[in-house]
Write a protein that binds this ligand. Sequence first.
Ligand SMILES: O=P(O)(O)OC[C@H]1O[C@H](O)[C@H](O)[C@@H](O)[C@@H]1O
Length: 292
Amino acid sequence: TEHRPFERTKGINGLEKIIIHDRRGRSFEVYLYGGQVSSWKNEHGEELLVMSSKAIFDPPTPIRGGIPILFPQYSNTGPLPSHGFVRNRFWEIDTNPPQLPSSSSYVAWVDLILRSSQDDLKIWPHKFEYRLRIHLGPEGDLTLTSRIKNIDVKPFNFTMALHPYFSVSDISEIQVEGLQNLNYLDQQKNRARFTDHDKAITFKSQLDRIYLSTPNEIRIVDNKKKKTIVVYKEGQVDSVVWNPWEKKVVDLGAEDYRRFVTVESAAIEKPITVKPGEEWKGILQMTVVPSS
Ligand SMILES: O=P(O)(O)OC[C@H]1O[C@H](O)[C@H](O)[C@@H](O)[C@@H]1O
């Protein structure tokens, strides 16, 4: 099958952006800065992700919204800058990506790559190649496949997360399902460990939790929109659920928290080890379906 051509254009502040449409009018956009998806629209042109109304498109500030990639360190769990550094690096188009065994015949995708630079090696002395395929599937689903290869001579460990800002009708009208009876680390309480006994998460104030050993599928049920966002993952065992509520976030508009929730597929509690010459693979697939 023929690979659908993508459009390479200038986004905000002249930062390079890739735009991909499929034949049914679905689309996504990705900034090379951060390798960051900034938009994902369904066939009606409805935006399924949120970009902060105060997002700053000015490197090295990370972009607040879309799908930031957090690697090789989640948050402040190690010595690196919070959430690592690839979200403020310039990625490239991977013109010759190694084949993905499971890649379907569907044609709307782009491959990006980030290789560690000399400067990166000063703060994280491990040579890697991070390949990211962003793929619009036949059901309008958006899939991010991460392949992280160790091209160094000794093993390295990393933690990571993919951090989608999902668009919701109203944060008070949604529930996150699939996490009952699981343990979580409460980031508002020094990552103390708790068990969630609730059937679903609802939001009445700030919430910031790392759920451990989560199922592959988590559902964000939007009662007002009568839509469910199915978040499916492979290779990443943890999930972060975050909404800042009225907590001050400088590059977030005052009311923006009402419009999004993040459900992140992550590897945090147990870092991933990759040996020289080996490649780790993780998948995040997002689909919006009518609520049952
Ligand atoms: O402000 P940032 O560095 O982009 O982080 C934004 C948020 O990311 C994750 O969801 C964490 O769980 C939160 O604790 C953090 O506030």
